[in-house]
Design a binder for this molecule. Structure first.
Ligand code: KIV
Ligand code: ZN
Length: 508
């Protein structure tokens, strides 16, 4: 009997995931997510691309400084400046990894890099050698490897390992590979690269054809020891291999794959929901493992089967992915400790002061709303702790009047640095439009609304209404979130959250 292989889970939610539209996060959100990834047992966290922006650098540095247990990785192109900057951000980590990449496919060589094969090998070797001077854990990725000629791919991989790479990652950058091809490529590298035993083979599959998880599993079957993936499968274009899907496939079909991971699977659903609350991007209802319908049985014949024997229609237990039977948790009489416990369960790490802030709002909400669900707790924490950046502009009070056939009127008072500013607007095609006008007039910022969504955080008529806005200012897009049982108030909070992100970026 063959022994079970341990697969390394490399999470790139904070790098490949975060760089995709609608997924950007601020520092506190990234720290919250990184801690939840550590708690779930992820082996390696790719925390960002330090040279890409001061924000990325700061996030990688903070994560490196504060996280314990996982290896923290930073991305760099094969250039001295990138690698030096990556190390600068990573140097305080308990365990760190530098990930250097360079494209190798003919199409990238000819049109993007305008480099010969020899130049590519030289640049890759120089990059790996520089990274090795700083850190003994170095990963090299030949970008677009899945479309690279096999002979050349073998040459690059051999040279990178010879230069000191301890992991070679084979990306399917454009999601073009099929499972058979991906498996064959990994097998080919294992058979043909003479020093392959000195490195771990990893794969990084994009999901353009919906094959990222299947391709990653095919790679594992053919010897890959590391999978790069993201929570909810977020990432460039159609996203990356979804962490929850690949991990549960390995666990549920251990009979086929004979592999295991360090992931504490009951943390999967809470982490998926944490990411959705942070980014505002909800997963589709029928998404495998973490979608709302993933364990719902609607058809009568299925329900009947389930009642007789669960395994007739269920291949995984909901509790194994962290799906509680009910999410009704707290009420008016619940104390701060109960709220703290539930927040921790949902993946948040609140300081005593933060818990107190959330508790005050929790009590106010409990007066208006009898039953508190997980969605309410998420919304409160997002609103009080994570949602707003530096609260430069704050809502003091507002009033709206809206009636059939009449132009809406919105009066808003905001405060900034202790001074109050009031604006009344009788304009727009509804109270939301009027609120946008009023905030624009007070703050003097020109903003265009690109997206506006309201969703109910939980069940029932008294549910919190969560508003997510995407606004554009000077050709840049900013996200904002607001939550309240009053939707106009949620709207104003969401606009202010986005406005405060603009102000924070201007002053950074
Ligand atoms: O998709 C890709 O090729 C990447 C590399 C940087 C690994 O994200
Ligand atoms: Zn990628």
């Amino acid at each position: 009997m063959t022994s079970t292989r341990q697969i390394t889970i490399f999470d790139t939610t904070l790098r490949d995931g975060e760089q995709s539209p609608g997924c950007s996060m601020n520092l506190s959100e990234k720290l919250e997510l990184a801690q939840a990834l550590v708690d779930m047992g992820v082996d390696i966290i790719e925390a960002g691309f330090p040279i890409a922006s001061p924000g990325d650098f700061e996030a990688v540095s903070e994560i490196a400084l504060t996280m314990h247990g996982a290896t923290i990785c930073g991305l760099a192109r094969c250039s001295d400046k990138d690698i030096d900057r990556a190390w600068e951000a990573l140097k305080h980590a308990e365990k760190s990894r530098i990930h250097v990449f360079l494209a190798t496919s003919a199409i990238h060589r000819e049109f993007k890099l305008k480099m010969t094969r020899e130049e590519i090998i030289r640049r890759a070797v120089d990059g790996v050698r520089r990274a090795v001077e700083y850190c003994d854990d170095v990963e090299f990725s030949p970008e677009d490897a899945a479309r690279t000629e096999h002979d050349f791919l073998c040459e690059v991989v051999e040279a990178a390992i010879e230069a000191g790479a301890t992991t070679v990652n084979i990306p399917d950058t454009v999601g073009y590979a099929t499972p058979d091809q991906m498996g064959a490529t990994i097998k080919m590298l294992s058979n043909r690269v003479p020093n392959i035993d000195k490195a771990v083979i990893s794969v990084h599959c994009h999901n353009d054809l919906g094959l990222a998880v299947a391709n990653s599993l095919a790679a594992i079957e053919n010897g890959a020891g590391q999978i790069e993936c993201t929570i909810n499968g977020i990432g460039e274009r159609a996203g990356n291999c979804s962490l929850e899907e690949v991990v549960m496939a390995l666990k549920t079909r251990a009979d086929v794959y004979n592999c295991e991971t360090n992931i504490n699977t009951p943390r999967l659903v809470p982490l998926s929901r944490l990411l959705s609350s942070i980014t505002g991007l909800q997963v589709q209802r029928n998404k495998a493992i973490v979608g709302r319908n993933a364990f719902a049985h609607e058809a009568g014949i299925h329900q009947d089967g389930m009642l007789k024997e669960r395994t007739t229609y269920e291949i995984m237990r909901p509790e194994d992915v962290g799906l509680a039977k009910t999410d009704l948790v707290l009420g008016k009489h619940s104390g701060r400790a109960a709220l703290g416990d539930r927040a921790r369960e949902l993946g948040y790490h609140l300081s005593g002061e933060q818990l107190q802030e959330v508790f005050v709002e929790f009590k106010k909400l409990a007066d208006k709303k009898k039953d508190m669900y997980d969605g309410d707790i998420h919304a409160l924490i997002q609103q009080e702790i994570l949602g707003e950046v530096e609260n430069t502009w704050q809502l003091v009070r507002f009033q709206v009047r809206s009636a059939s056939g009449e132009t809406p009127c919105c009066e808003i008072t905001l405060s900034k640095d202790g001074e109050e500013f009031t604006q009344e607007v009788t304009d727009g095609d509804g109270p939301v439009d009027a609120a946008f006008w009023a905030v624009e007039k007070i703050t003097g910022l020109e903003i265009t609304c690109k997206n506006y969504r309201v969703r109910s955080a939980t069940l029932g008529r008294d549910a919190i209404g969560e508003v997510l806005v995407e606004i554009e200012h000077n050709d840049k897009s900013y996200r904002g979130r607001g939550a309240s049982t009053d939707t106009v108030e949620s709207t104003i909070h969401a606009i202010l959250d986005a406005v405060n992100r603009i102000v924070a970026q201007r002053t950074a």
